[in-house]
Design a binder for this molecule. Structure first.
Ligand code: NDP
Length: 459
């Protein structure tokens, strides 16, 4: 028997739940069950799968307050952030239901290859068992982004939530059962990524591993998965460029949110800001006045905007990176006060480009603001990283906006919006070290199905 997993409230440090963990034999049993789940799935028409997903969305809406409380307790999200994730989860499930209805293949024109007597088409068939591994920061909506399209495609799923935040994923699975999903088609496994997660990755049963998490673990997964489909949604150090003609006030207001929501622990958090020299100081002044109004503290308080980090050791990590940057000559413009696991907002300026605060994913309530000569200088700096999830530019000049969109190497480039913006129907995913494949139900379902050819010779 594996030891129970203790789940902590990051703000108070108290234990909020103790749950059973899986063992290698229980993981193997759940994988076998998921394989039989594929047969159950075959009996569910596309219409029925859509009904289940829509019903689950209705139930998430009905129990929204419970889901919200779980997210506040296990992730330390502010109550407003938690409500937003619960609403997004409903949307993701409904978007998946739409995809279940739309799913279809296409005719293959054998006549165009000189075979008039052959007719055929391909169907989009479920790829098989999907192993879904999720991170701590959006444990509900990111689970929905994997489970929703997998059910829509007709796959069965094994979910491995992050050990720090497993409760909302477990509740989502229960909600799907209540909505009519056969239990065999969705299993949850609990336990450390290095053992329980790796057992899923190495098993020959899943046909696909869909992973959201850090680049390091993503690389580990690619080394162990073997012949499987792999989707990787990894980290980033997202950058925004502010040109001299930009609406500086709007940019500062949006970065106030993009840099500090969920204490910066968002894969598309606004981390690096490159500002054209002529507006550098006025922009910095505006940003300081915006960010200084952020209210930090208890995530359950309706007015809190910046809550705790997931654990104290993440604060120690980022403070050591800040010290290194200071020693290298960076200027501290705003220093965030530490109270327990809550770290106030930081702004650093003129951080040398070789520093961890630039090169690596900060994942903390911190924004770096550096001056650049012009757009081309900014594009070079934005791209000088192993990551490429989303980037952004603020400008009123359409030509420069297009140049930035073309020049920035990222899965998405946003104009007059922070890179932190995401709605669930977008194609979402990274270039370079930020990953492989795209999420958003319409795109994820492509990865979770395979073209199967049907050919009829009529001669
Ligand atoms: P981790 O990479 O540490 O963990 C993610 C998941 O992988 C957890 O469930 C973890 O389990 C599991 N895991 C760990 N090691 C292995 C392994 N060897 N084999 C299989 N599974 C394993 O990420 P965090 O939870 O710390 O989340 C933060 C990261 O996620 C950031 O880098 C962030 O950018 C990224 N992210 C990316 C998003 C995107 O869409 N691109 C969205 C949200 C976050 P356990 O918890 O038990 O260790």
């Amino acid at each position: 028997m594996a030891e129970n997993l203790k789940v902590f409230n990051p703000y108070e440090g108290s234990v909020i739940a103790e749950i059973d963990q899986d063992t290698p034999s229980s993981v193997a049993a759940k994988l076998s069950l998921a394989r039989t789940g594929l047969i159950k799935m075959r009996d569910l028409t596309q219409q029925r799968r859509a009904e289940i997903l829509n019903k689950a969305a209705d139930l998430v809406s009905k129990y929204a307050e419970e889901f919200t409380q779980i997210l506040v307790m296990e992730v330390g999200k502010t109550i407003r952030e938690a409500r937003s994730e619960v609403a997004r989860c409903q949307n993701t499930l409904r978007l998946s239901a739409v995809e279940a209805i739309k799913l279809r293949g296409q005719e293959v024109a054998f006549s165009a290859a000189g075979h008039p007597n052959k007719q055929g088409f391909y169907k989009l068939v479920p790829c098989g068992v999907v192993a879904a591994i999720t991170p701590f920061n959006f444990p509900l909506n990111l689970a929905a982004h994997k489970i929703g399209p997998a059910i829509a495609a007709g796959c069965s799923v094994i979910l491995k939530p992050a050990s720090a935040t497993p409760l909302s994923g477990i509740k989502l699975a229960e909600t799907l059962y209540d909505a009519g999903l056969p239990a065999e088609t969705l299993q949850v496994v609990i336990g450390p990524g290095s053992t329980v997660g790796n057992a899923l990755v190495e098993s020959p049963i899943p046909r696909m591993v869909t992973f959201t998490g850090s680049k390091t673990v993503g690389e580990e997964i690619t080394r162990h998965a073997g012949i499987k489909k792999i989707a990787l949604e990894l980290g980033s150090n997202s950058a925004v460029v502010i040109l001299s003609d930009a609406d500086l006030e709007r940019a500062a207001k949006r970065i106030r949110i993009g840099g500090y929501c969920l204490a910066g622990q968002v894969c598309i958090s606004t981390q690096r800001v490159y500002v054209e020299e002529e507006v550098y100081q006025p922009f910095l002044d505006l940003l300081v006045s915006e960010v200084s109004t952020l209210k930090t503290g208890n995530p359950l308080d309706e007015s809190t905007e910046l809550g705790p980090m997931i654990e104290g050791k993440q604060i120690e990590r980022i403070l050591s990176w800040i010290d290194e940057a200071k020693t290298a000559g960076a200027e501290v413009i705003m220093e965030g006060k530490r109270e327990g696991t809550v770290l106030g907002p930081w702004i650093l300026a003129k951080v040398p480009e070789d520093q961890k605060l630039i090169k690596m994913e900060a994942f903390a309530p911190l924004v770096v603001v550096n001056p650049v000569k012009d757009l081309e200088d900014a594009i070079c700096k934005v791209n000088d990283t192993c990551y490429g999830l989303q980037g952004a530019v603020f400008t009123k000049d359409l030509k420069k906006a297009f140049r930035a969109c073309d020049g920035i190497d990222a899965g998405g480039v946003l104009v007059n919006e922070v890179p932190t913006f995401r709605v669930d129907l977008m194609p979402y995913g990274g270039m370079k070290g930020s990953g492989l494949g795209r999420e958003g139900p319409a795109y994820a379902i492509r990865e979770m199905t395979e073209e199967k050819l049907y050919l009829f010779d009529l001669s």
